[in-house]
Design a protein around this ligand. Structure first.
Ligand SMILES: *Cc1c(COP(=O)(O)O)cnc(C)c1O
Length: 401
């Protein structure tokens, strides 16, 4: 229900919960109710709430320097870029404040690449139905979803959506002479945790090379260990030319990054792009602290082990409630429950049980626990998920009636 007395834009249908503090996977409301947080601030709170090392990094930087602007050298920015470059396919980084801005940078980088190569007519970007790339004018055009485009004037030119998984349509489109890049999420997040099979990413890579097209990954949701690898593309081995990352990279501090090979970034010369806040000392201090944890020896291995345990527990739950949950999707700790009942009913039932989860398209409930979650906490989550499923199951409802 809308609260017409609120001075805020009425853009959100908010749950009637306000939180005051959190610790790890736990979060507490202003009136003292505790919830297990598997919504993770929509895949943002990578290391849970109030992680001591992030708190320490933010506090100590806050006492020194917050912001200087990109008119000057920012040592923390250079350090974080060097670490991201060392850990990925990339040679260059551009820091932003959000996922959509990282995508804007990726799109501009791809277009400029062809422009400086003497092919300015190559500016179109191929994207996929069900994709989500953000809410700016360019990124709603990239996503192509009618519900986000409606009423906002002419759609930004140069984005063509292809059906998900239609290889013939893709081959035909990639052969057009005006294509600059293919943009894809290795796993569609908002679209319902729909994975692109690894061999399809390999095929995409080959198709791009064949036609001189750049491959852009949107890893805003899948990046920084969420899927059990530093970036999700590692599961396939098919590296992109350009990649957008955000959400988990700041662990709750608003930041993003566009990564690219030196070749793909060659059009981004002085003066072509910029940002006031992007990569400021405060954000970089937190970003570096996130990497300190995620890149520690054995951390991602442990994420994969815990994810396997969680998935196996969920699989046995489906066996018991096939009329409530249809399938488990996702990779690592980016998990989707494809529901038989409305996903909003399941999210409400989970909340009653003291657990938060996030919705996604295609009638999916997203479970996005912090990568630091323990097996014990996964068990506590499973108990709540089981109770919620039981409360929605026609069988158990009949038995208890
Ligand atoms: C959340 C998201 C975005 C947009 O990020 P914002 O920080 O909200 O601008 C883009 N792409 C994907 C895959 C996302 O999940």
């Amino acid at each position: 229900m809308q609260d017409h007395h609120s001075p805020l834009f009425e853009t959100y249908a908010r749950a009637p919960l306000a939180f005051e503090r959190g610790e790890g996977v736990w979060i507490e409301t202003t009136d003292g109710r505790r919830f297990l947080d598997f919504s993770g601030g929509i895949a943002v709170n990578l290391l849970g709430h109030a992680h001591p090392r992030l708190v320490e990094a933010l506090k100590s930087q806050a006492e020194k320097l917050w912001h200087t602007s990109n008119l000057f050298e920012i040592p923390g920015q250079r350090r974080l870029a060097e670490r991201l470059v060392a850990a990925t396919f990339a040679d260059r980084a551009f820091f932003t404040n959000s996922g959509a801005e990282a995508l804007e940078c990726a799109i501009k980088t791809a277009r400029r690449y062809h422009y400086v190569n003497g092919a300015p007519e190559r500016f179109r970007i191929l994207t996929f139905e069900g994709a989500f790339h953000g809410r700016t004018l360019a990124t709603i055009a990239a996503g192509g979803q009618a519900k986000y485009l409606e009423g906002f004037g002419p759609k930004v030119e140069g984005f063509d959506q292809l059906p998900f998984g239609d290889h013939d349509a893709l081959r035909e489109a990639a052969a057009r002479p005006d294509v600059a890049a293919i943009l894809i999420e290795p796993i569609q997040g908002e679209g319902g945790i729909r994975s692109v099979p690894p061999q399809c990413l390999v095929g995409l890579r080959e198709l791009c090379d064949e036609h001189g097209i750049l491959l852009i990954y949107d890893e805003v949701q899948t990046g920084v260990g969420r899927t059990g690898r530093f970036y999700a593309y590692e599961h396939s081995g098919a590296a992109p030319d350009i990649m957008a990352s955000a959400k988990g990279i700041g662990g709750g501090f608003p930041m993003g990054v566009c990564l690219a090979t030196a070749e793909a970034a060659r059009g981004m010369t002085p003066g072509t792009h910029g940002t006031t806040y992007g990569g400021n000392p405060l954000a970089m201090a937190v970003g570096n602290a996130v990497l300190d944890v995620v890149l520690e020896d054995g951390f991602l291995e442990e994420v994969r082990r815990k994810a396997l345990f969680f998935k196996q527990s969920l699989a046995s739950l489906i066996d018991r409630y096939p009329d409530v949950i249809e399938a488990i999707r996702g990779e690592g700790l980016l998990i989707g429950l494809k529901m038989k009942v409305p996903n909003t009913d399941m999210i409400a039932a989970l909340r009653t049980e003291g657990m938060l989860a996030a919705p996604a398209g295609d009638n999916v409930v997203r479970l996005l626990p912090p990568l630091t979650i323990t097996e014990e906490e996964i068990r506590a989550g499973m108990e709540r998920i089981e109770n919620a499923a039981a409360s929605l199951s026609p069988v158990t409802r009949r038995a208890s009636a």
